[in-house]
Design a protein around this ligand. Structure first.
Ligand code: ATP
Length: 199
């Protein structure tokens, strides 16, 4: 799986439609200070479902919508479309290419689309779960985050390694199974009580 393209429209400093194609390998984005380089990584985080405006360097989520400049009026909607090459089937869907689109209106209303069809944020999370792109994943390391990771406690750093190695999925499944087993034990105890009463 790799990131094929990113299209931004009305997102932060990108008032007009801006399409970025990416090839497999390393891509570097260069430009003067304040030209919008970090806004591109914010767009990736946002389309993947980020809910915390602070992680997008804003105060409120509305700050992702182009707010206008001396030359341009503000716009009413921000949209980011991210296309992933899924030829290797990393994402659990029957498409060799997956487009994830997120839109947000000034009213606060949000829309999510998968390959152009309306979806929910939860559907994004389901598709991305355990791919390294899902919620809480560290696919984007912001300026300053690296220091925080290096200074973190060994247990927290271990969690990062587990996430990268795909161990987290199995841990979560184990926890789910343990919860189900505990619930089953409780049901069983109740059934035994009722059976004892009947006898
Ligand atoms: P640096 O190299 O200094 O880190 P950068 O190239 O990463 O800079 P960004 O931080 O991505 O730049 O972009 C900052 C610019 O984006 C600022 O000029 C800011 O005014 C503009 N910007 C951010 N949000 C919006 C918005 N909602 N509407 C219009 N412009 C915005």
């Amino acid at each position: 799986m790799h990131l094929k393209s990113l299209v931004l429209k009305g997102f932060k400093s990108f008032a007009d439609r801006c399409a970025i194609s990416l090839e497999p390998g390393i891509t570097a984005v260069v430009g003067p200070n304040g030209s919008g380089k970090s806004n591109i990584s914010d767009a990736v985080l946002w389309v993947l479902g980020e809910r915390n405006a602070k992680n997008l360097r804003g105060q409120a989520m509305e700050d992702v919508i182009f707010a206008g400049s001396s030359a341009r009026k503000s716009v009413g909607v921000a949209e980011v479309d991210l296309v992933l090459d899924n030829a290797d089937g990393t994402l659990p869907v029957d498409f060799s290419e997956v487009s994830l689109t997120r839109r947000m209106y000034r009213s606060g209303e949000s829309e999510y689309l998968i390959n152009g069809s309306p979806a929910r944020r939860m559907d994004f999370m389901d598709i991305l779960h355990d791919t390294g792109l899902g919620e809480g994943a560290h696919s984007i390391i912001g300026q300053g985050n690296l220091d925080a990771i290096l200074a973190s406690r060994p247990e927290d750093r271990r969690a990062l390694v587990e996430e990268a190695a795909g161990v987290l999925k199995h841990k979560q499944r184990k926890e789910r199974s343990e919860r189900k087993l505990a619930a089953m034990d409780a049901h069983l105890a109740r059934v035994k009580d009722v059976a004892a009463e009947v006898e």
